[in-house]
Design a protein around this ligand. Structure first.
Ligand code: NAG
Ligand code: NAG
Ligand code: NAG
Ligand code: NAG
Length: 739
């Protein structure tokens, strides 16, 4: 997914790095806002700005905000009314023009008054009125209408348009226009049905030569004021304005900086991406992040449906559930729903609900035996949320491990219809969002993807696709759908939200957790998590390496020495021991304890034990890595001056001692430079007797501790024996290092 996209990508990446650098460098340019304020009322008097919106969608709110940050007063027509002009996706329609005609009629005889009309759901204003009017006046038109590259809806009219040069936009787009009140009124003079096409209507007026010259109509073919983005991807570039340290969108064909941007047609996702940096959302820091935040009232918290989704086996499901426990939110305000479609996770799922279910407002689980597919599982979670009248749904997939329990409150505070925290695989560019879409609706890398993932840019970003962990407000529930004939449920959901005009935000302001890597996860082996050191180093270490491991690397930390030159370390967790013993016992082919051993090169073992080699359970490479990562640094602490990296070890094996099998081992040297011996279970609990005696010093270690490792020289000085186990079973894990 993170494949490089060749030269184009590199070019954009370079550009963006420059952008980033500038954003970071610039002092917070509180541009001369106060000076501007003096004349703003004046401008709002001269120019009347109208838009049409029947619902305050995310797009509308973004539009309205962009007007506000430039002190532009907008009159919204139709808010709360039933839309009568086609469907929501095409807020064109005669309805719009009819509303506008009525609204401007008081000004129709005022030649001084300027009327600016724009759509709202997919429009962004990026400049103050003063600049907008200047651009309008420079055009020499009485009414300046935005232009695009496609002739629509009646292609047959294309040739009737005046010719344009080069890359100019030839055709009218009805999403935005500006003009003097009498001429704008004249443009709308003819009646139009509410449901008729407004663009066709305006096109016909424009193509009427007499009307065009009488009303002084012009198209903004060079995007001096208006930029329609459909089909214009290569015409525009995001840049930083050095004075304000803010993003601007430049039309690179004509070197213009259009002030009103329209995500017409299929370009809504493009507008969303640009808008992350435009209209004072960003000036080196995220300005948007602090706006419109929700203050949580702890006495009256929103009710949330927490949906945990495990469509397939994942490593570290236990750690996933621990992450869920960390969520700092009253359980009584959470309805828990767990969907497991993996037999591997059924038991843990059941026992989690049995153990903690009572604490939640309600708790319900679906297991793999219920045979619900992922779409049904996710849908059922949504149905339950509706049933519980939840204010929000918090979806967390089983590959999303929460490290910071504040995640839910922080997402709530952002006050969005849909927002997820950035989660990435550790030290990888793989994340839970897409910055852009390919034509087919699949993944495409965006110019800022790497900066967001690496958290070089911090903020909240409107993106086309978010998975794994996200919070959805109830106002978006009706738009959510997991059904699709081609897309997987995640893609289906994101598409349904895009189609409904619901913005999906990703927030990377804080680190809240990470994704586990499910690649090559073989869930059919015994204790599959144990096998994932290479694919999930972070979680493997957290689960299997002793929490006190690192402090032993500090030269001031005293390492216990129960016998001369025998060192004792805390190295692995109980989970390590339990999983490894389970793996060995499941394999079950313990050697017979005789001198003949086909596993060895010579076929002969002088001091045989009952054992299983790491090779036999497919863990040899993993164990060698473990020796290198965790054993070697400890060795370097205690046997100063000996450096062998990586350590070599031909024999890594688990030994089983028990009274009815092999209870002890006669004195011997090891063929190693040094030997490690990790206790896999508890002396005095799991077995009686046992231990290791070093004959030269007449010194024994008998109270061995589970997860602790003995390290001693192999030859000459440390002749040793395995002491008698009198009851139970003792397991130890042995390596002969640097033979
Ligand atoms: C998964 O493990 C099983 C049991 O060891 C093995 O037979 C199978 O080949 C493995 N599958 C993969 C894809 O490695
Ligand atoms: C880690 O070491 C401290 C003493 O330094 C000890 O109190 C604690 O129990 C150890 N942790 C574990 C998990 O053994
Ligand atoms: C090592 O331990 C000492 C004493 O506990 C402590 O002061 C020092 O900061 C530690 N050094 C490192 C690098 O952690
Ligand atoms: C070895 O140590 C044990 C007890 O620790 C003691 O009883 C015995 O006498 C010692 N043997 C020798 C040869 O010193």
């Amino acid at each position: 997914m993170q494949k490089q996209q060749g030269a184009l990508f590199m070019r954009i990446a370079v550009l963006l790095s420059v952008l980033l650098l500038l954003l970071l460098q610039g002092a917070s340019a509180e541009a001369d806002a106060d000076v501007a304020a003096a004349s703003e009322s004046n401008w709002n008097d001269k120019v009347k700005v109208f838009t049409v919106a029947t619902e305050p969608t995310d797009g509308y709110n973004r539009y309205y905000r962009s007007a506000r940050v430039y002190d532009i007063e907008v009159t919204t027509l139709g808010l709360g009314k039933e839309w009568k002009g086609g469907d929501m996706q095409h807020p064109g329609g005669g309805f719009k023009l009819n509303l506008l005609r009525k609204a401007i009629s008081p000004f129709k005889n005022d030649p001084e008054k300027i009327i600016l009309f724009t759509d709202s759901y997919d429009v962004l204003i990026t400049a103050p009125l003063e600049e907008i009017v200047e651009k309008f006046k420079d055009s020499g038109a009485k009414v300046l209408i935005s232009a695009e590259k496609y002739c629509w809806p009646d292609k047959s009219l294309a040739n009737a348009y005046p010719e344009v040069e080069g890359k100019a936009s030839r055709f009218l787009n009805s999403g935005a226009f500006i003009g003097y009140a009498p001429q704008v009124y004249g443009l709308l003079e003819d009646p139009i049905e509410d449901t008729a096409d407004d663009q066709l209507y305006l096109t016909k007026v424009f193509l009427n030569d007499a009307k065009r010259s009488k009303l002084g109509l012009k198209l903004d073919t060079q995007s001096k004021l208006f930029q329609n983005l459909h089909g214009a991807k290569n015409d525009v570039k995001l840049k930083v304005d050095l004075e304000s340290n803010q993003g601007v969108l430049q039309n690179v064909d004509f070197m213009t900086t259009p002030a009103i941007l329209h995500g017409n047609g299929l370009s809504k996702v493009d507008l969303n991406a640009y808008a992350n940096y435009l209209a004072k959302t960003f000036n080196g820091v995220c300005l948007l992040c602090h706006e419109n935040r929700l203050e949580l009232d702890n006495t009256n918290l929103p009710v949330i449906s927490l949906a945990l989704i495990a469509p397939q086996p994942v490593p570290f499901y236990d750690r996933f559930l621990e992450g869920i426990r960390k969520i700092n939110y009253p359980k009584k305000s959470l309805h828990l729903f767990i969907y497991s479609n993996a037999a591997l996770h059924d038991d843990d799922t059941k026992s989690y609900v049995e153990k903690h279910g009572e604490e939640y407002a309600s708790a319900k689980y679906i297991l793999s035996t219920d045979e619900l597919d992922e779409r049904q599982g996710r849908q059922l979670a949504l149905d339950k949320a509706r049933l519980h009248n939840s204010d929000y749904m918090f979806y967390v997939d089983a590959d999303a491990l929460i490290d910071d329990g504040e995640v839910l409150r922080e997402l709530l505070a952002l006050n969005k219809q849909f927002v997820g925290p950035l989660f990435t695989k550790h030290h990888e560019l793989w994340s839970n969002f897409w910055g852009a879409l390919s034509d087919g609706g699949y993944y495409a890398r965006s110019h800022d993807y790497v900066d967001i993932v690496k958290r070089d840019l911090l903020g909240i970003f409107n993106v086309p696709h978010v998975t794994s962990i996200y919070l959805v407000k109830s106002s978006a529930f009706d738009a959510m759908s997991f059904q699709h004939k081609e897309f997987d449920p995640d893609m289906a959901l994101c598409e349904s939200l895009r189609n409904a005009g619901i913005f999906m935000y990703i927030s990377n302001q804080r680190y809240f957790g990470h994704l586990v890597n499910t690649d090559n996860f073989n869930s059919t082996v015994t204790r599959p998590d144990f096998y994932t050191l290479f694919s999930n180093r972070y979680d493997w270490t957290e689960k299997y390496i002793h929490p006190n491991y690192s402090q032993q690397l500090n030269a001031t930390y005293p390492i216990p020495q129960p016998c001369p030159d025998v060192f004792w370390f805390q190295i692995v967790t109980d989970a390590f021991c339990d999983d490894l013993v389970a793996i060995m016992e499941a394999h079950g082919s313990w050697s017979d304890g005789s001198n003949s051993d086909a596993r060895l090169e010579g076929g002969y073992e002088a001091v045989p034990t009952r054992d299983i080699h790491m090779k036999q359970v497919g863990l040899e490479p993993l164990y060698l890595k473990f020796l290198q990562m965790f054993v070697r640094p400890l060795q370097e602490r205690v046997f100063t001056g000996y450096f062998h990296n990586p350590p070599r070890s031909l024999m890594n094996f688990m030994v089983r001692y028990r009274p009815d099998e092999q209870p002890s081992l006669r004195p011997h040297h090891d063929s190693s430079t040094y030997t490690i011996n990790i206790a896999m279970n508890h002396a005095g609990i799991d077995y009686e007797g046992g231990g290791c005696r070093f004959l030269r010093y007449n010194c024994s270690v008998v109270d061995t501790k589970k997860g602790w490792m003995l390290m001693h020289p192999g030859r000459l000085t440390h002749y040793h024996e395995g002491l008698l186990v009198t009851e139970g079973t003792r397991y130890i894990m042995i390596s002969f290092i640097d033979p």
